[in-house]
Design a binder for this molecule. Structure first.
Ligand SMILES: *Cc1c(COP(=O)(O)O)cnc(C)c1O
Length: 426
């Protein structure tokens, strides 16, 4: 059974200062999980987790992870700026972007970040843009076809826009080496939200074999292999969590089997997990404000898809607990909706839940990654606050809620801007 990391009483205390809806993150959970990740890979001397900033771009949360030894994986200039602002520098930043604008390469280079090239043509583009090829460089690999695991889970790299083909990768290493690159990395992200301990070891095996061939054939010195993201979390209550210790062990076995005999036992393993680092440790807390009885039973809450887009966008399941009613029978069936003028604005469809009364607080689980971050402003809805439930039980505001003033602030249309300015002056 999925248990909320916060009680109804605590939420009642919080709403006196910060009204719903809001995100809340569990510092204790984040730290314990990060420690478990580092334990799982402690056999590898150079291991580093580069937290995928796009999952949860909040500097307070990034700082918690940095204190556990994490670096940051960035996909844009503003993410690079956030990483710089929290004090990460040089090789503690990975720049894994695609379709990259020139100015972002310039910025990444200025920070000394490790640049992960998404495409063969980016070698020339990067060299023209920053005037050199960095000594440390990484290339993203796309093997094409389908990526399949024994439990039937699969993904479709052949259909994805990322990475280089195998031939391009070999050619890229040769060219980069001739242009002065000395330390090479290989990166691949072949399946998303995998809830199995098999994904990383399987991917690692493939990349390790590729690394041996690349080093033999091109003479390029492979210094790291980046398994990227894709380690999933159990969104539904019937799924079992990944065991990161087992995953680390599985990667270790492949390492000893493939890299060590090839004389490549000094290769560092990198990961770029987002969802696994933060997903379970963040929740959207929202209040039931309406109930509606037509052809179905509806509960209207004060959050909407603007706050958490995953259910509307890809029908993603997010478990819901009604705070204070965790042990009551699930004898009602509801659609839980937000207020957007979009019929897909539903956090749950025909979900068995306890009887919900107006004023109840709903805890929407597993929203800590790709939750707040995907927010938008459709229907003029404003983004909510983010709070941190600290290890000592205290609560810290780590992002205030957006205001109407924020929403109007980019409008630059003469007298209308003045009128809006007056309307929001209170
Ligand atoms: C999104 C992304 C990640 C993180 O993925 P998760 O599924 O959240 O672990 C890591 N690396 C890259 C390049 C990404 O695009």
């Amino acid at each position: 059974m999925k248990k909320p990391f916060i009680t109804k009483e605590k939420v009642e205390e919080i709403v006196k200062s910060f009204p719903t809806p809001f995100y809340v993150y569990d510092e204790k959970g984040i730290i314990e999980n990060a420690k478990a990740v580092y334990d799982a890979f402690s056999w590898n001397k150079g291991y580093k987790e580069y937290f995928a900033v796009k999952a949860t771009p909040n500097p307070v949360l990034m700082d918690i992870l940095m204190k556990q030894g994490c670096g940051f994986d960035c996909s844009s200039k503003t993410e690079l700026m956030l990483s710089e602002a929290v004090g990460a520098e040089g090789s503690n930043i990975m720049f894994s972007s695609n379709d990259t604008p020139a100015e972002e390469y310039v910025y990444a280079d200025k920070l000394g970040a490790i640049i992960n090239l998404d495409d063969f043509t980016h070698i020339e583009f990067l060299e023209k843009t920053i005037g050199k090829i960095p000594e440390t460089i990484s290339c993203r690999y796309n093997p094409g076809g389908v990526f399949q695991m024994s439990n039937g889970i699969m993904d479709n790299p052949g259909d994805s826009k990322y990475g280089m083909t195998r031939d391009q990768l070999f050619e890229a290493f040769k060219i980069l080496k001739s242009k002065g690159a000395k330390n090479f990395g290989i990166h691949a992200f072949l399946a998303s939200n995998t809830v199995t301990n098999e994904y990383y070891p399987l991917l690692a095996g493939q990349l390790f074999e590729l690394a041996v061939e690349l080093q033999n054939e091109t003479g390029a010195h492979v210094t790291f292999i980046n398994l990227s993201g894709g380690v999933g979390i159990p969104y539904t209550p019937d799924q079992t969590s990944n065991d990161i210790a087992e995953i680390g062990k599985g990667v270790h076995e492949q390492f000893d089997k493939i890299l060590v005999p090839a004389g490549m036992g000094d290769v560092a393993i990198y990961t770029e997990m987002g969802r696994f680092m933060m997903g379970p440790y963040g929740a959207l807390v929202t209040k039931a404000i309406h109930e509606k009885h037509i052809y179905k039973e509806y509960i209207g809450v004060d959050a909407c898809a603007v706050n958490l887009m995953r259910p509307a966008m890809y029908g993603a399941y997010h478990h819901i607990s009604v705070l204070g009613k965790e042990n009551e029978p699930l004898d009602h069936v509801y659609d839980v909706t937000g207020s957007l003028c979009e019929n897909n604005d539903k956090f749950a469809i025909e979900r068995s839940l306890p009887k919900i009364d107006k004023g109840d607080y709903l805890f929407i689980h597993d929203a800590g990654a790709h939750g707040y971050a995907m927010g938008y402003n459709y229907n003029g809805k404003l983004k909510c606050a983010e709070l941190l439930l600290k290890e000592d039980g205290g609560v810290q505001l780590i992002r205030r809620a957006e205001t109407a003033k924020d929403y109007f602030s980019t409008l630059d249309c003469l007298d209308i801007s003045d009128k809006l300015e007056k309307l929001t002056d209170d």
